[in-house]
Design a protein around this ligand. Structure first.
Ligand code: GDP
Ligand code: MG
Length: 202
């Protein structure tokens, strides 16, 4: 069922990022509340859905978990096109994955929707001893601020900030404008407007 009212929002969300960064694990944690140490690598992409209540609305996320491998790169636009939100995931123990995350941000900025809500997730935040990408007041945070993303460190393993990142996205999604004509009828004497509405499409 599509959107049924102003307070029900359907939002396509895509996860992008290096293989191994933890995209599938974040989705598994969010959708099923589970974590597995040896998550199988994703082939192509996988689809999930999960509903979240935020203050004034119910948001149904339609989640595309992509594979991340270069050989699937040409498929990525299928998943991010039309997406209301994206989570770009890197692994805080792997600087190359942070560099790759920045490339995804550039690609989304160039080809995606300018209103897309973008989140940068520094995942595996539980692996503090192996940290290679700094967090607060750091490269990742400054980068996110400069590029209009919001930034959180997450751990699919311990569940830290996993619900929070989806919740924050849900809060930032543009709300459907309340209808000016609840009865669904427009009465007008102005011919120009009638002509316009007669030829209009949506
Ligand atoms: N310690 C730790 N390991 C994680 C975390 N998230 C994912 N992993 C592990 O990292 C590996 C890759 O995760 P996966 O979700 O398949 O990454 P994807 O390729 O981005 O989908 C798996 O072995 C996961 O168990 C995390 O937050 N902390
Ligand atoms: Mg995966």
């Amino acid at each position: 069922m599509a959107t049924t009212g102003n307070k029900n929002i359907n939002a396509k969300l895509v996860l992008l990022g290096d293989p191994g960064a933890g995209k599938s694990s974040l989705v598994l944690r969010f959708v099923k509340g589970q974590f597995v140490e040896f998550q199988e690598s994703t082939i192509g992409a996988a689809f999930f859905s999960q509903t979240l209540a935020v203050n004034d609305a119910t948001v149904k996320f339609e989640i595309w978990d992509t594979a991340g491998q270069e050989r699937y790169h040409s498929l990525a636009p299928m998943y991010y096109r039309g997406a209301a939100a994206a989570i770009i995931v890197y692994d805080i123990t792997n600087p190359a994955s942070f560099d790759r995350a920045k490339k995804w941000v550039l690609e989304l900025q160039a080809q995606g929707n300018p209103n897309m809500v973008m989140a940068l997730a520094g995942n595996k935040a539980d692996l503090l001893d192996d940290r290679k990408v700094a967090a607060e007041a750091s490269e990742a945070q400054v980068y996110a601020q400069e590029n209009g993303l919001f930034f959180m460190e997450t751990s699919a393993k311990t569940a830290t900030n996993v619900n929070d990142i989806f919740h924050e996205i849900a809060k930032r999604l543009p709300r459907v404008q309340p209808s000016q004509n609840p009865a669904g009828m427009v009465l007008t004497d102005r011919p120009a407007e009638r002509a316009a509405s007669a030829t209009c499409c949506s």
